[in-house]
Design a binder for this molecule. Sequence first.
Ligand code: NAD
Length: 331
Amino acid sequence: MQTILVTGSAGFIGFHVSRALLESGHRVIGLDSHNDYYSQTLKADREAQLTPHKGFTAVHGKVEDPGLLMSLFEEYRPDGVIHLAAQAGVRYSIENPRAYVEANLVGTFELLEAARAFPPQHMMMASTSSVYGANTKMPYSETDKTEAPLSFYAATKKSNEVMAHSYAHLFKLPITMFRFFTVFGPWGRPDMAPHLFTDAILKGEPIKVFNHGDMQRDFTYIDDLVAGILGLLQQAPTASAVEGDSLSPVAPWRAVNIGNGAPVKLIDFISAIETTLGLEAQKRMMPMQPGDVSATWADDNLIGQLIGGIPKTPLADAVEAYVGWFGSYYA
Ligand SMILES: NC(=O)c1ccc[n+]([C@@H]2O[C@H](COP(=O)([O-])OP(=O)(O)OC[C@H]3O[C@@H](n4cnc5c(N)ncnc54)[C@H](O)[C@@H]3O)[C@@H](O)[C@H]2O)c1
């Protein structure tokens, strides 16, 4: 049994990760601000699934609160950290960039400082496929350039990667940066396409299909992603282990894509929802959104080498599980 600090534990991914850790016998300290970026009821309902576990301790606060993370590290001395708290969302970063500076830049800095004082065996942090920006070479590989983010969200996540690299190098902190690819599944985020599509189709309202449908995403099912995160927990990079397999020749730091490795056309994703619901979507074709990219696709060779890859739930099964949960939760 290990003590794992999970930030963003009332969030979509943080909730699933915390639950899986608790079910594997770990102790979880779950920090979340329960901010109002989207439904606080959904966050409270997720957390309510975790609180009956005796290994779970909920802490409500912001990662950027000065001294909060330091005091949590001092009290609990976590063996591992899974940092998922962040201001997420490409579109909202155009409207409210300051939220990204506070949560993603200042918050990650506070976390790194706490880890410097009380070093865990392994820190894992969420980055995003958005760091690949305008890259057109597919699939996206961890060794591709990531210097040209197209949104401020991506810029803060890229900054987190390089901030973490400097701490990994200076203080020999083993750090893994996950680059997640469009994650969906039960308890998913209401600001993301699977929710927006399912909700609108059920209500008989039109759905917005951006870039006139010429989009593809490497949709990753939540259970497959969680298996990857838990698998990597015991694979802390060492300075020598990363040599040659990542961007870093010296620091115990690596970036790892976690994606399905098979991009799906947006139109096919919508069709899978339509089939599951037995309803047809009214599609409103729209231009490309600022800050967005037309395609994502994870090169999954590195995670294959590290842990043998992640499970790949077939799209139809994943959509069925998601839509089934949606119907029962929002009934
Ligand atoms: N879901 C995806 O497809 C996806 C893709 C790429 C990267 N990511 C990244 O993965 C992580 C988790 O994403 P998610 O989809 O679960 O998002 P989420 O918004 O559901 O979860 C984030 C959680 O962090 C909390 N939070 C936000 N700001 C905070 C702060 N300042 N202090 C403490 N808690 C705070 C929120 O209340 C929320 O519960 C994020 O870092 C996100 O950027 C997600």
